[in-house]
Design a binder for this molecule. Sequence first.
Ligand code: AMP
Length: 601
Amino acid sequence: MTDVSATEETTPRFSELGLHPLVLKAVEAQGYEIPTPIQAETIPTLLSGRDVIGLAQTGTGKTAAFALPALSDLAEAGRADDGPFALVLTPTRELAIQVAEAFTSYATELSDFSVLPIYGGQAYGPQLAGLRRGAQVVVGTPGRVIDHLKKGSLKLGSLRHLILDEADEMLKMGFAEDIEEIFSQVGDERQVALFSATMPTSIHRITGKYLNDPKEVRVAAKSQTGANIRQRYFMVQHSHKLDALTRILEVEEYEGIIMFVRTKQATEELAEKLRARGFKTAAINGDIPQQARERTIDMLREGKIDILVATDVAARGLDVERITLVVNYDIPHDTESYVHRIGRTGRAGRSGEAILFVTPREQRMLGSIERATKQKVEPLTLPSVEELTSTRVEKFTKRIDDVLAQTELSELTDVIEQYSLSRDVPASNIAAALASLVLESNTLKAEPMPEPARRQGRDRDRDAGRDGGRPGRGGRARDENMATYRLAVGRNERLQPGAVVGAIANEGGITSKQIGHIDIRSNHTLVDLPKDLDPSVLRKLAHTEIQGRPIDIRPDSGRPGRPFKKRNFDKQPGDGRNFRNDRRGGKKFGGGRGDRPRDRY
Ligand code: AMP
């Protein structure tokens, strides 16, 4: 087994990993500077043809770790005639779409490339059409993949790469048999890459049985301390990060700040946005020549700028005493990088602050960081509207104090007095008018944050709260926007919450986020689902089975079981689309309509 970590001397460049030039070009266009540790270790191994077990969670760059070698091989070998070249199995529909999107972005230079996500809860027609049109990469949930294998619409005769993403989640959702069935249908000439955040024995069983001399790679979690650095995190969706950041910066005391983002483009974009909001900010990244980088760093040192937005590569070895705050705007790919990053503050024995933004999908990484730094990362509470407003008033008052204390104003005082007398306007009104000119606003009041970040279903699912808690009585859901449904399977069938989420999300075609509290009882289960649930979801779920038993979903009356009345569930067309690249790198969606793929972050 190999433990990998990001050390400056050993990290190779993408160009040194042996990727096909067309794939390399697409990766460079993504703005990635260096491979993440899991990529640096996994890509050459997969390119050499060896099977891989990757112990990696979301946020480590695992998707590119398996997608780039598969695409390189495809670019080399050319299109297969009979079925897909690569098959990726994912536990959920959302992940299938995300992975398909990632493949598309790494295949922009491959001509006529297409990838097809297939998952439960989506009508078969468009998927069948997508498969007939042919896709070099299919990304699917195991249940639906099996259905297509049975129908003969998916053939795995030409398959060269079988990839299991979030394998532990798939097993938790009860897909073990399906996965074994898929393995049994794939020829011997295939390479297997299995990624999993944890390694339960059920995974060892599969890897022992189906993988050929696999190399096990895990991102090392070396312990380090930054005892003089206070670490805090804030859970936020990507789209709300900038809002949250500006609020935090308004109340936080700091001298110099370094902010870390993932890509070169992101350094420029964030710096630009912060400048537009009045912060003295500059960006450094690996594309900027060393001398120019050093000049920018000197500006930070001298206080000409206060914020430096950087990639990990550009900030290596950076030593500026003035940095009192490190903001991890994007969470790093590994704990080693995190430790390097926060080490940019707290220099020369001073104390420092580190703030980490975590998106709901990246929660696991937070745990790894706590373990690696052997320190608790405290939750950060955003300043309230009142706090923000009073800080603004305080700062503005101080500006006035400073001007009054330091500047000779008698000439201007005369002008104002003149104005006040001639127009009969009180001095306070004139001062307010001038204040609005200075502030470019007539208020110092803060606006409330846009809707707070919600934790996602699959993440919530890991909490003990989801299973075993007491539901509301009388079939009433705990949240007024939810309604409770009853499933005819329970603890007697050894039902796990993951299987409930898997079945409802994949077969019903809703996101796991929409699934609320799950209460597993001995012979039935209560699940909270949105009140305004489209009837087509229930129609799709009407024939769903878990552990071979129909779930028999129905609204819960709060009373013991009653006969299930058949309902006339509306019909709704599903979506099926191939993500297709043309040579210009555009993305086309073939097939029917459907949700827009969710942001990766
Ligand atoms: P994943 O762990 O695959 O979900 O990837 C997490 C995020 O990291 C995604 O937004 C990727 O686009 C991004 N990413 C992957 N590899 C790199 C890299 N080498 N440099 C910068 N960002 C990356």
